[in-house]
Design a protein. Sequence first.
Length: 671
Amino acid sequence: MELVNANDVSAKNFFSETTQGELVIAEIQTTTMKEEKSENDNVVAKKEEIENKKVIARTINYKSLISQYTTPMTFFIELGTVTRNPEFLEDVAKLVKKDAKIELTILDTVNKETSTQEEAYINHQILSNYTSQTPNPQGNQTRVKETISNETTTLVPNLKVTYVNTWTCEQSIIYNKQPSANEQTPQEVTNHEDEPKTSVPLENGQTLITWKTNWTTTTSTTTITDKYDNGTQSEYIDKTDEFIELLDKKYKIPNSNEKRTAGSYLKTGAEMLFGFLRQNPETQGLEQVMRYIMYKYTGKDYGVTEFPSGIYQIREFTQAGGTLKSLVRYWENGNGTPESSPDGKQYKVFDDGFGTATVGYGITIQWGYDRLVAKGYTGYSKEEILAKYKTEDIYIDVSIVDAVEDEIVAEKRALVQGLGLQLTTYQEYALVLRAYNYNLEGFVENYNKYWLPSDASNEKYFGKEVDYNHPLYTEYMSKPITSKGKTAPGLITRRKAEWALFSAGYFENTGKYWSDSGEGIAEFAMQFIGEDHSRFTSYKPSDGTQFSKASWCAMFVSYCFDQKGLIPSVLKETYTSCSIEVGKMRSRGEFMESLANGGNYTPQAGDIIFFTWHKGNVSDHTAIVTKCDGSTVWFVEGNGGPGTTFTRRVQEDSTSINSDTIVGYFPASQK
């Protein structure tokens, strides 16, 4: 950080780690300004000024990128619960550490944006002793062009996994540089009225009269991006045989002289282990690995008969956070992707660890089959799926399953909102999370009994340490924790997370409070509706960005995220240029294209939306999403409405989600 603070470009050659375990790498930004003036096509003045290079520290939670390759402590705890042998666990730990390597490589993306403004006019000069009979009433005419060009080059570091060697697999990932992408905005030409004549007295007593005609201003922007592709993964090398060898090794049973193999315990306790792993978001991927290992070890089909490569799909730096859908998905499947077909277009039906056929993010076949059919599924009957899914791979289209998921989430939220209670949005989310997994029977009675008598306000516990001794938790919210008669560690964790969010507005999965969530930033932005530019063009951004002469729609968005402390933890930087920022986000793999541009992302409150007035991929305007119902997206924007930069205000507006004026989104709500 010393090099960054000193604006030393050599910082690019180093990295560091924060006390919170996040990686810090440097981004380099260089701005070059060129000025040129020509008269009658001859250059008469030329100036090039290279500003100081700007070094920006980028903090990345790299652990979320490699989490599918790591083995968390909870795996050892759950494995030990079933195998009941410390010596076996010790050998497993040694195996996990043996030759383990995860290589991360920084691949630089280069964004170069050139914005050009050209003033062209005819300059007229005439001396005062000219008369109407003078042959040259227009005076001496000079064609003048004045061009100012600002070129900003940003070297954006992207962290990628390029090699993995673990106890489960070995794999390489290769990234290839793509041809430069060149985007250019259409030229905008402004025609000015002829300039009034001005008089300048000369020393000889005459007066020089000057004026401009044929005066135009032409502006254009060109963006060139050099980046890498999404990566090509090599075939996986299955390395689970060494673990299987440990299963037949005899270990001393604690408090006994008898020896027994861990495999003998696993043969009888396999389903228990799968249940433990399935219910914990950190170990859901390892559940698939263990099902595969037990298949290889015993020859019995536990639902995974091929190496589960799907759990090792390339990930970007995204993490479930404040949106309702992402919250539900995290607690249904962690940060991973449900079992899917090789092309990722279909979800595979799987056993949830308790004998329940499930697809996607917690959609059970038993209770969700009719919904799947209503959304377009035409395959097996419910009875056929339940009879065959453990011995046959059964797939259902992602679009169908996700549509059912959206429908259930919407129904559960309507249910919560219909309880007639004065709940905050984060409390609604907590209850939807519970209802998605279980139900809300008896909640209103317990809420009135335990919450209201001692809590005059929902904010009494907000932002505080979670109180797990509160009677609403101990008597109601902490239950149930069993599935089909078995205690499920994952349900214990989930009930605690639901309570943490309901009582304190705390997201267990991200370690953030509601004020840092998507809805939190949207609500913060809404409070400025009606204000002019003053607040947003005068503040000093925390990352040192210069805001002079910038369009203040971007400054408004930057201000909101900066004031909420979400730069660079969520939004990497404040920004003044929409087109440059979109280029950076695309290069980092953070940008979600609009429906008009071929994307399929549904925006959430707290996301940043980018617009174009030229029906293309280059952005001219930006705002913060406040809500979206699937067909219409609402947003709050700075520099909005009719008028000029100085008369426009912060306002809320909306448009169709299919509009070709939308370039895309930065999914801040999922960070």
